[in-house]
Design a protein around this ligand. Structure first.
Ligand SMILES: [Zn+2]
Length: 258
């Protein structure tokens, strides 16, 4: 015979699992098996973000931004089972305070401008829906000016570019391989919750408009017209997009990768 129901724990005090990911120098405070990766830890609930971070040994004074499932949260945010908590320090190169802070709640909008070495990365970011400026002839001065004006984060392979005092938002992309670069940027800025595939032209960065199928009947081959129902139009390039096999392959690839 089992024990009576009176021994059943209250809703308070039940352990629930959460996933944590601490970034950059915050890893200095973690035990070896938790450094530089996502890890699962169970806590007695109810519990706040503040209590979990302190309990894991990370000083709150080092924390500048917290995302819970991709949304900015403050220290007093109460966690729910299976939440994914990303914790960022005060970046040296990226001043996150202008995007969002632990004491505010707002969704981040992340805009990029990339240097001339990162054309492939720019296309991938656009494919995932991120507003990403890139031109093969864009100069450093122009990159800095547009980053400042439009609050874009500079992604660059050129460390000297980031030394400019004019820059408040910049990141040196470590990897030289295009797929790794995408993974690196997605990790660095915790972009997973912001993916909006098929909203931006891969060629020119313009927002795509969903078109009425009948309107494009004469513009695509019969098979394409028959098979696909959703078509997207770039008015800048006068180009149509649909979720064909190439797109599906790329999408699967990107999702597998990250
Ligand atoms: Zn376009």
């Amino acid at each position: 015979m089992t024990r009576s129901a009176t021994n059943k724990p209250d809703s308070e005090g039940i352990k629930k699992e959460f996933t944590f990911r601490f970034y950059a120098e915050l890893n200095d405070f973690l035990t070896l098996n938790r450094k530089q990766k996502a890890f699962v830890h169970a806590f007695k609930t109810p519990i706040t973000v503040r209590e979990t971070i302190e309990s894991l040994g990370v000083p709150l004074s080092e924390v500048d931004m917290i995302l819970v499932n991709g949304t900015s949260a403050d220290f007093e945010h109460k966690l729910s089972e299976c939440d994914y908590i990303s914790v960022y320090p005060v970046f040296e190169t990226l001043d996150v305070s202008v995007i969002t802070k632990v004491r505010k709640t707002a969704l981040r909008t992340t805009l990029f401008v990339v240097d001339t070495h990162l054309g492939k990365l720019a296309k991938y970011l656009r494919m995932l829906g991120f507003d990403t400026l890139y031109r093969s002839d864009i100069g450093d001065d122009e990159i800095i000016a547009v980053a400042k004006k439009e609050k874009r984060i500079i992604l660059t392979r050129d460390k000297s570019l980031l030394r400019s005092k004019e820059i408040s938002h910049g990141y040196f992309v470590r990897s030289t391989e295009k797929h790794e670069q995408l993974r690196e940027v997605v990790d660095k800025f915790d972009l997973r919750s912001q993916f909006k595939s098929f909203t931006r032209c891969i060629t020119c960065n313009t927002s795509l408009v969903k078109t009425d199928k009948e309107e494009i009947r004469n513009r695509v081959e019969e098979d394409i017209f028959r098979i696909f129902n959703a078509f997207f139009y770039c008015k800048q390039c006068d180009k149509l997009y649909w979720k064909g096999s190439h797109f599906k392959r790329m999408e699967t690839y990107i999702r597998d990768l990250i």
